[in-house]
Design a protein around this ligand. Structure first.
Ligand code: ADP
Ligand code: MG
Length: 156
């Protein structure tokens, strides 16, 4: 399942999505380009994950990540979207986002309302914050990957 590929390292440019994260949900998600999405192994299960993220050569923050089709919005293209658990002063479209995915929370689900979707994401964020404080996840915050921006990525 999901754990087989973890930790999973990934780096790429932040591109424009549909703008729904911030506008409708109040939860911005930095979208990776189609090229990065297609570079994910095809057997990585869709769903909600957590890990660490860094924009450019900035600080490393906790994040929650969604991989999939976003059933609520009936997307037809797969997306990989990172919500960084940090308040940024400005958008960072075009910047390089580096992430390491360290854990899996749940599969994708559909929701009856936007409110139900928002509550589920808030719970995911709380779960991610708790899990990432555990030593096995915390140790990846210090990984060399975040300090070697030109370094080659090797995943299992
Ligand atoms: P889009 O559909 O273009 O991805 P969103 O509404 O999901 O639009 O907003 C995502 C954008 O918001 C990111 O690309 C980034 O530039 C900005 N942003 C600001 N704060 C954050 C954050 N904490 N996590 C992720 N993206 C953020
Ligand atoms: Mg987004």
């Amino acid at each position: 399942g999901a754990m087989r590929h973890l930790p999973y390292f990934c780096r790429g440019e932040v591109v424009k999505g549909f703008g729904r994260g911030s506008q409708e949900l109040g939860i911005p998600t930095a979208n990776f380009s189609e090229q990065v999405v297609e570079s994910f192994p095809s057997d990585v299960p869709t769903g909600i994950y957590y890990g660490w993220a860094c924009v450019g050569n900035g600080d490393v923050h906790k994040m929650v990540l969604s991989i999939g089709w976003n059933p609520f919005y009936k997307n037809t293209k797969k997306s990989v979207e990172t919500h960084i658990i940090h308040t940024f002063k400005e958008d960072f479209y075009g910047e390089i986002l580096s992430i390491v995915i360290t854990g899996y929370i749940r599969p994708e689900k559909n929701f009856d309302s936007v409110d139900a979707l928002i509550s589920a994401i808030q719970e995911d964020i709380e779960e991610a914050k708790r899990q990432l404080d555990l030593p096995e996840h915390l140790k990846l915050k210090e990984d060399n990957f975040f300090h070697l921006p030109e370094g080659k990525i090797t995943n299992n």
